[in-house]
Design a protein around this ligand. Structure first.
Ligand code: GLN
Length: 536
């Protein structure tokens, strides 16, 4: 029988429930357990793929092509669990299935209700993940904050799970905020008491409490929380703010959270001290030798979450190069209003991430031109590659009005355009080129040198493609096509020969980068940027 851990959140959102869940996954995995993590999201969208980044932040793409919540990115970065389309369940998916079953007549004349039909569907989806993953521990993060109307069916399903699976096979962890009130000079436990109280009204008594706090919790405060929330004192875990998110598994480990969980489950596991993680990830992240400035040219830069995986991949590349990557966020629309030089002078690398729609595109193109002409290391991701192709066509091949048909359907030189199959698409949800595709990498190119493999698999999320009609001309002018999707003959990687580092990819390498295993392209990019910063 697998073990199930439900992680809920209270008081406020943005407490870092995803990172806390991933960290618990990490400490359990380090004890030799096979873990997987899943997220239950209370919104009615079937998936976040159709949501604006302002609404949702990054859309994380899994290997099997699901568009999911960004917390699934944390799960994959912290643990070895293979996250699939089953690991993100939304209210929209649950109702979609139940309503389709009702229309088919599967319920044999019954009245369809939240309990048991919706809750059963939720439980079935959790059991499905347990089965597909064959994990020994399944961590189920419940989105939203306790007290929200939307998440009630998920919490009810979580409550029922203990009846179905048994006390010893289920565990409830509640993440809460213990604020420090400056003017009073005091730490306040009342919001936590209320939040646990609300959870109890729903029928869930948490077994473990994780307290987000800016100050250390005294024994007295822990005792108070323990008494009022009905939780053993050792199970009141402090989660003080950390400088690097990768410290969190160690913070939990130091409070023997892994032991508390294992003893609840009556599991005996091998010992682990997470020494490698501490040495290879945490210490490198906290105390790097070098520093490198990278300009990040995007249009959602005000939002912390919009490019989550790309920021993390840059941090990982910094760890691999013993350097702190200082990310200078540049709004591509600002470049349109001024010059690229104004914002990019003095940086050691330029990164242009993915994106949709024409807003800010011309600024990205100008940034790429500046990086190309001034020998600044450049990495382009998805739209970043498309912009690099447009820039090169316009400024190095004389195709002045070259563009993507996404931004100008009447361009005389559609160097980026839609494939026939995409032209036929009517529904916007889940119909892009999604998930992992093979890419044949040319040896003796930058990509070949970094990947050191002939065939790689990388994740995609886009509709538009490089237009092969222009391949010969661009090649003649010096663009190297170093990665091709063999089945469809689609361009995946372009680069320049006579440039310190100019690599752009149609896929999203950021989704496969890990703190202890930086992605080769990001690693190579930061390595070159570092060389440049040391030279200048
Ligand atoms: N908008 C572009 C496309 O759809 C690029 C997408 C992206 O960067 N993820 O092809």
């Amino acid at each position: 029988m697998p073990k199930f851990i439900f992680i809920t959140g209270g008081v406020i959102s943005s407490l870092g429930k995803g990172i806390a869940s991933a960290s618990i996954g990490k400490i359990l995995e380090s004890r030799g357990l096979k873990v997987t993590l899943m997220k239950l999201d209370p919104y009615i969208n079937v998936d976040p793929g159709t949501m604006n980044p302002y609404q949702h932040g990054e859309v994380y793409v899994t290997e099997d092509g699901a568009e999911t919540d960004l917390d699934l990115g944390h799960y994959e970065r912290f643990t070895n669990s293979k996250i699939t389309k089953f690991n993100n369940v939304t209210t929209g998916q649950v109702y979609n299935t139940v309503i389709s079953k009702e229309r088919r007549g599967d319920y044999l004349g019954k009245t369809i209700q939240v309990i048991p039909h919706i809750t059963n569907e939720i439980k079935d989806r959790i059991k499905k993940v347990a089965k597909v993953s064959a994990a020994e521990v399944i961590l189920v993060e419940v989105g939203g904050t306790v007290g929200d109307i939307e998440s009630l069916p998920f919490l009810e399903a979580a409550r029922q799970f203990r009846i179905d699976a048994g006390y010893n096979n289920t565990l409830y962890i509640h993440l809460t905020l213990v604020p420090y009130i400056k003017v009073a000079g005091e730490i306040k436990t009342k919001p936590t008491q209320h939040s646990v109280g609300t959870l109890r009204e729903i029928g869930i008594q948490p077994d473990i409490l994780i307290c987000r706090t800016e100050k250390t919790l005294s024994d007295e405060v822990k005792e108070k929380i323990s008494l009022f929330c009905n939780i053993r004192k050792e199970a009141v875990i402090e989660a003080k703010d950390v400088d690097s998110i990768y410290q969190l598994p160690l913070v939990f480990k130091n409070q023997i959270l892994d032991e508390i969980i294992l003893s609840h489950f009556s599991l005996i596991c091998k010992f682990s001290d997470l020494k490698d993680w501490d040495k290879d990830v945490v210490q490198k992240a906290l105390l790097p030798k070098e520093k490198v400035k990278i300009a990040f040219v995007g249009k959602y830069i005000q939002l912390q979450d919009a490019y989550k995986s790309v920021y993390e991949a840059l941090i990982h590349a910094g760890i691999a190069n013993d350097a702190r990557v200082e990310i200078i966020k540049v709004d591509s629309e600002d470049i349109e209003k001024h010059t690229a030089r104004k914002f990019l002078e003095g940086v050691s690398g330029v990164l242009v991430p993915g994106g949709f729609g024409s807003r800010g595109v011309e600024g990205k193109i100008k940034a790429i031109q500046f990086a190309r002409e001034n020998n600044i290391p450049f990495l382009g991701l998805c739209l970043g590659m498309q912009c690099a192709v447009i820039e090169f066509s316009r400024n190095a091949c004389g195709l002045k009005k070259a563009n993507s048909t996404e931004f100008n359907s009447k361009t005389p030189y559609p160097v980026i355009s839609l494939l026939e199959e995409q032209k036929r698409v009517k529904d916007m949800g889940g119909t892009m080129r999604l998930g992992a595709y093979a890419c044949a990498v040319k040896r003796k190119t930058k990509a070949g040198d970094l990947y050191k493999k002939d065939l790689i698999h990388e994740r995609h999320r886009h509709r538009y493609e490089f237009n092969n009609k222009y391949k010969k001309l661009l090649e003649k002018k010096g663009l190297v096509f170093s990665g091709i999707y063999p089945k469809g003959n689609l361009v995946e990687i372009v680069e320049l020969k006579n440039h310190p580092f100019f690599v752009a990819v149609q896929f999203h390498p950021e989704f496969k980068s890990k703190p202890d295993k930086a992605h080769p392209l990001f690693r190579g990019f930061i390595e070159r940027a570092l060389e440049k910063s040391i030279l200048s």
